[in-house]
Design a protein around this ligand. Structure first.
Ligand SMILES: [Zn+2]
Length: 196
């Protein structure tokens, strides 16, 4: 086991070296109780494989994780009858992908947190430039072109992050089996020179 994995509490739970209240599991994922719950029944769904961010999961892991999240959420609804189950993924504290499933009731901390975020989203002057109709159109265009021109469908490219583009460029450059590889090179070379 690498240091990264032995330092990771979720990897230790997956290997059975750390106790956890596992609720459900399948071949690629586990659902377990969060040990610092925001509400009774607050669960986490994690992949068995160590990857820091949920968008690094394979298609099979993604399907497994979200299927388990849905089943677990239905169980939370039936057991505790919250208004609904909030789902989100972050992972700054524990860099092993995990989905939060939090039973949510009107006015509770999770509800107030997301209401505050929505208030900020709609009113913040710092975000006004992004809400402009032209800016939204430009953003959508950037995201659409990223998929079409690079030819990747899993969406891990961040159009605003030059590092992300360079990563794709390098992966494609050394991938002999990438469909459309030859056609993409001139565009990627151009992009490379523009960015570095
Ligand atoms: Zn891990």
């Amino acid at each position: 086991m690498s240091d990264e994995k032995s330092d990771c509490v979720f990897c230790r739970i997956v290997s059975g070296d750390e106790p956890a209240q596992v609720i459900l599991e399948n071949e690629l994922s586990l659902a377990l109780l969060d040990i610092n719950p925001l509400a009774q029944g607050h669960c986490l769904v994690i992949p068995r494989r160590h990857v820091p961010w949920w968008h690094q999961l394979t298609a099979e892991e993604t399907a497994s994780l979200f299927t388990l999240a849905r089943t677990t959420s239905k169980r939370i609804m039936k057991t505790f009858s919250p208004d609904f189950v909030t789902m989100y993924a972050r992972g700054r504290r524990i860099p092993h992908a995990h989905i939060f499933l939090i039973p949510t009731y009107k006015g509770d901390p999770t509800d107030r947190h997301f209401n505050a975020l929505e208030g900020f989203q709609e009113q913040a002057s710092t975000l006004a430039g992004l809400r402009d109709r032209g800016a939204l159109s430009l953003t959508a265009d950037l995201l659409r072109k990223t998929q079409e021109r690079v030819g990747l469908s899993d969406g891990y490219v961040n159009a605003f992050d030059p590092g992300s583009w360079l990563k794709v460029y390098r992966e494609l450059k050394y991938s002999l089996f990438q469909p459309g590889f030859d056609r993409q090179i001139p565009f990627l070379e151009h992009l490379h020179h523009r960015l570095v």
